[in-house]
Design a protein around this ligand. Structure first.
Ligand code: 13P
Ligand code: SF4
Length: 360
């Protein structure tokens, strides 16, 4: 096996050369997928880039690639494994690249919540569970087996609308902010949303609060997007009267209400690229993406919404060394860091994901 540690003694130029060579030698047998939050030195090697929804779709569209090397985080690689063909193998260059938000809901806690809710109402007939794609495969399987589905930041509104056409209530996990912002965009008032805290008995709610709620939100959040504050929007607007603000819907309701646009990572790029030269933007999402747009469009004035650095530490774990190590091991016939969702779980999770793909 090619060892990882000695790769840390190489210069960036040497690593660049070795990755390019390995990629060339592997040819179409290997496809590299890159999420928009990846650091630039890794992102430039991706054959296909996108937000979570786009990457989920792309995962199944390169059947000639025996290996899918996923430069992103764990749940994304799981989705690629679930949606790709059986002969394909998905690899995550660093297994420690998780998502702290995804870790805020686990199957035991969600099953407990479902049971607790079931003591007050007929959960299976009245509630549709929706898991944000930022969640483990077993939660997607839970949704698959409870007539529920998955959503991403780019389709959460249409998925919520679909879910509410099926049953009167939704249990949305793990991101409370995406759930609240998407429900609000459908015109659902905040007093018809309740926050389920898995650390408290009965989620800290009363039967009356659950009865009133159309959307039951899980108490989870993204620690990166949580850092953007409404006063950051106010401050930039005071400094630059013509600034337009675009934020990711994982930001709080208060921040999203002050923004001009909300969008997934793909949508943020699309909107800013389509804007005229000379326009002025504040962007509220992970720093690597914002810096990429800044470098790409020097003719626009692009600002990071937060005065401090907001980076996704787990996305950052995928570095050139891990990518090089993964590719060079493939060349030696060794697949490292395979992500393989157990078959039964994958089948149920696929049901939920396919429901999403049909309804978005
Ligand atoms: P996107 O689906 O918008 O790429 O978001 C993924 C994510 O993890 C944002 O924090
Ligand atoms: Fe998870 Fe937040 Fe990182 Fe996205 S930015 S992968 S939600 S921790």
């Amino acid at each position: 096996m090619v060892p990882l540690d000695p790769l840390y003694d190489l210069t960036d130029a040497e690593l660049t050369q070795r990755i390019a060579l390995a990629k060339q030698q592997l040819g179409p047998s290997c496809v590299i997928l890159g999420h928009h939050y990846q650091r630039e030195e890794v992102y430039r090697f991706a054959d296909l880039t996108g937000d979570s929804l786009k990457l989920a779709r792309l995962a199944s569209q390169r059947p000639e690639a025996r290996y899918i090397v996923f430069c992103g985080v764990h749940f994304m690689a799981e989705v690629a494994d679930i949606l790709s063909a059986p002969h394909q193998i998905t690899l995550l260059p660093d297994l420690a690249a998780g998502c702290s938000m995804a870790d805020m809901a686990d199957l035991i806690a969600v099953e407990q919540a479902w049971q607790s809710l079931g003591q007050w109402l007929d959960a299976d007939h009245l509630i549709t569970p929706i898991t944000y794609v930022n969640s483990s495969a077993d939660l997607k399987a839970f949704c698959g087996s409870h007539q529920g589905t998955v959503c991403t930041s780019s389709n959460a509104g249409s998925i919520l609308r679909w879910a509410l056409s099926q049953r009167p209530k939704v249990l949305f996990f793990p991101d409370q902010h995406l759930g609240r912002n998407s429900a609000a965009s459908l015109g659902i008032p905040l007093d018809q949303m309740a926050l389920w805290d898995p650390a408290l008995p009965f989620g800290g709610l009363t039967p009356e609060a659950v009865e009133r709620a159309r959307i039951i939100l899980w108490n989870g959040y993204c620690s990166v997007h949580q850092m953007f504050q409404p006063q950051h929007v106010d401050q930039l607007r005071q400094q630059m009267a013509d600034i337009q603000v675009i934020v990711h819907p994982e930001c709080s309701y208060e921040v999203c209400q002050k923004a001009d646009y909300l969008g997934s990572t793909e949508e943020i790029q699309r909107v800013v690229r389509a804007a005229p030269a000379g326009s002025c933007w504040a962007i509220g999402t992970e720093l690597n993406l914002v810096n990429r747009l800044k470098n790409e469009m020097p003719d626009k004035s692009i600002h990071f919404l937060c005065p401090t650095v907001c980076m996704c530490a787990t996305m950052f774990r995928i570095d050139m060394q891990h990518l090089c190590w993964t590719l060079e091991n493939l060349l030696q016939g060794e697949a490292v860091n395979i992500i393989q969702v157990p078959q039964r779980e994958a089948a149920l999770a696929r049901v939920a994901l396919e429901r999403m793909l049909q309804n978005s």
